[in-house]
Design a protein around this ligand. Structure first.
Ligand SMILES: Nc1ncnc2c1ncn2[C@@H]1O[C@H](COP(=O)(O)OP(=O)(O)O)[C@@H](O)[C@H]1O
Ligand SMILES: [Mg+2]
Length: 267
C-alpha cells in the first residue's frame, strides 16, 4: 500500500444552521486503501463525502483529495474522482449504454475516448449483455453495478461510494462486493465508502472509522476495533457499543426515510 495519502482532511467542518454535521474531522486515507465510514444515521457520513467530492462547501477546515486542494482546485479534484451517491443516479428510462454516455459527457471524457471507456466500464462491471436494455428492467445489483460503471468512465484514482449495497438482496450485494474487490485489485483504486452493514465493512475495508455527531469515535482495522472491545466481539458489537443513544436515533429519522425511498427505487 502506498504511503502518500489520497485523502487528507484538516479540521474539516460543516454546519447546517446550528447543527454541526461534521465537526473538525481529521482523516487520512492512504493511496490504494479501502476505507469505511461507519456510524448511525445522521452521523455526518454523507456530508463528509459531499464535501470531499466538491458538491458541498466546507464551513471551515480544508482537505486535499488526490493531491489537490479541495477549495482552490475543485476542478482538478473532480477529474480524479468517481462518486456513486446513495440515491438512484441511473435514469431508468435510458439504456445502460445511454446512461454511460451521459456520464462520459458529464465527466468531459474526450469524444474519441468515450466508446472504448464505456465498453471497458460495461465489461468490467459485467453488464455488457444488458447494455442496450432499459435500466428499469435491471435488477438492483445490476443498477448498482451500472452506477459504479458510470463513475469508472472517469478512470478515477479515488472512488466515493455512499451505502453501495443498501436495499440489495444477497446476490446483488455479493456481486457488488466482488466487482469492487476486482476493481481494487486491477487499478488499486482508493475507495472511501459508507455502509451500515458490518459484514460489508469486514469484507471490503482495510480500515474503518466510527463517526457519531460528526466526530471520529474510533479508527482502525476491523480486527483492531473488535479486539479492543474484548474477546469474541463482532463489528456489530463495536457499532452498538459506540452508538445507540436515543437522541441520535431520533435524529436519524429523516435519513431513514430517505434510505427507505432509495431501497424502494432500487427494488
Ligand atoms: N442539506 C442539509 N440541510 C440541513 N441539515 C442537513 C443537511 N444535510 C444533512 N443535514 C444534517 O446533518 C447531519 C448529518 O447528516 P448526514 O451527513 O446525511 O449523515 P449520515 O450520512 O451519516 O446519515 C444530520 O443531522 C442531518 O440531518
Ligand atoms: Mg448518509
Amino acid at each position: 500500500m502506498a504511503q502518500i495519502p489520497s485523502i487528507e482532511t484538516r479540521q474539516l467542518t460543516r454546519r447546517f444552521g446550528a447543527r454541526l454535521a461534521v465537526d473538525n474531522l481529521d482523516l487520512q486515507v492512504a493511496a490504494g486503501e479501502i476505507f469505511g465510514l461507519l456510524g448511525p444515521n445522521g452521523a455526518g457520513k454523507t456530508t463528509t463525502i459531499r464535501m470531499l467530492t466538491t458538491l458541498l462547501q466546507p464551513t471551515s477546515g480544508d482537505a486535499r483529495v488526490a493531491g489537490f486542494d479541495l477549495r482552490h482546485e475543485a476542478f482538478e479534484v473532480r477529474r480524479h474522482i468517481g462518486y456513486v451517491p446513495q440515491m438512484l443516479s441511473a435514469d431508468p428510462e435510458l439504456t445502460g449504454y445511454e446512461n454511460l454516455l451521459l456520464f462520459s459527457k458529464l465527466y468531459r471524457v474526450p469524444a474519441s475516448e468515450r466508446k472504448p471507456r464505456i465498453a471497458e466500464a460495461l465489461d468490467f462491471m459485467q453488464i455488457t449483455d444488458s447494455a442496450n436494455k432499459l435500466v428499469r428492467h435491471y435488477s438492483g445489483g445490476m443498477i448498482r453495478r451500472l452506477e459504479i460503471a458510470q463513475s469508472l468512465v472517469n478512470r478515477p484514482d479515488i472512488l466515493f461510494l455512499d451505502e453501495p449495497t443498501v436495499g440489495l438482496d444477497p446476490t446483488g450485494r455479493h456481486s457488488v462486493w466482488e466487482r469492487l474487490q476486482a476493481l481494487w485489485k486491477k487499478w488499486n483504486t482508493t475507495i472511501l465508502m459508507t455502509t451500515h452493514y458490518m459484514d460489508e465493512a469486514e469484507a471490503l475495508c482495510h480500515r474503518v472509522a466510527f463517526i457519531q455527531l460528526g466526530r471520529i469515535m474510533e479508527l482502525g482495522t476491523p480486527a483492531e476495533l473488535k479486539a479492543k472491545l474484548g474477546p469474541g466481539a463482532t463489528l456489530d458489537d463495536v457499532f452498538i457499543h459506540l452508538s445507540g443513544s436515543e437522541q441520535q436515533e431520533a435524529d436519524g429519522f429523516h435519513s431513514t426515510i430517505g434510505e427507505r425511498r432509495s431501497i424502494q427505487r432500487h427494488g
